[in-house]
Design a protein around this ligand. Sequence first.
Ligand code: AR6
Length: 177
Amino acid sequence: MTQRPAIVLVRGDITEQRADAIVNAANTSLLGGGGVDGAIHRAGGPEILAACRALRASHYGKGLPTGQAVATTAGKLAADHVIHTPGPVWSREHDRGELLASCYRESLRVAMELGARTVAFPAISTGIYGWPMDDAARIAVRAVRKSAAPPVTEVRFVLFDEYAYEEFAAALRATTA
Ligand code: AR6
C-alpha cells in the first residue's frame, strides 16, 4: 500500500521554506501584489515576474482564472518551483468554498505533474482576500487530504502567525478525529 502524504504545520515565512514547490496566493493578473505574493516576488527576484509575464503572453492573456494554478521558476528562492494560484475573495453572499478548494487541488495537480515531493502552502485567501481563518483552514485541510498523492510525500502549511497556526491545527484534528 502506498503511504498517504504527511500534512505538516509550521509557523513561518513561506519564502524561507525549502520545498520542491511553494504555492503563491496570487491574483488573476499573475503580475504580483502584496502579502505572500509581494514577499515571494521580492525574495525570488525578477526571474519570477519575467516568467509570469511570459505565461500571460503565451497562455493567459486575460489572466489566470481564480481556482486554477500554474508553475514558474522559483528564482533565488530555496524552492525549485513557485506555483501561482489566485484565491477567491471571500464573500458573505456567495459560497466560494469550491473555488478555494480548487486552488489547493489544482496546485497539487501541478506539483505532482512536476514530480514535486514536498509542497508548501500559505493560507490562501485569508489575508487581503478576507476569508475567515477557521473556514479557510477547514477547506484547505479537506482539499489537501483528498488530493495529495504520490509523488508528493509532504504537504506543509506555512502559517504566518499563531492564530492561523491554531486554526489549522484545529482543522487537522477535526479531520483526523
Ligand atoms: N509567509 C506565509 N504567510 C504569509 C506571508 C509569508 N511571507 N505573508 C502573509 N502571509 P495574502 P490572499 C499570510 O494577503 O488573502 C496579494 O496582493 C497572511 O497573514 O498574501 O490570498 C495578491 O496579489 C494570510 O494569512 O493572500 C492578491 O491580490 C495569508 O498569508 C491578494 O493579495 C494570505 O494572505 C491575495 O490575497
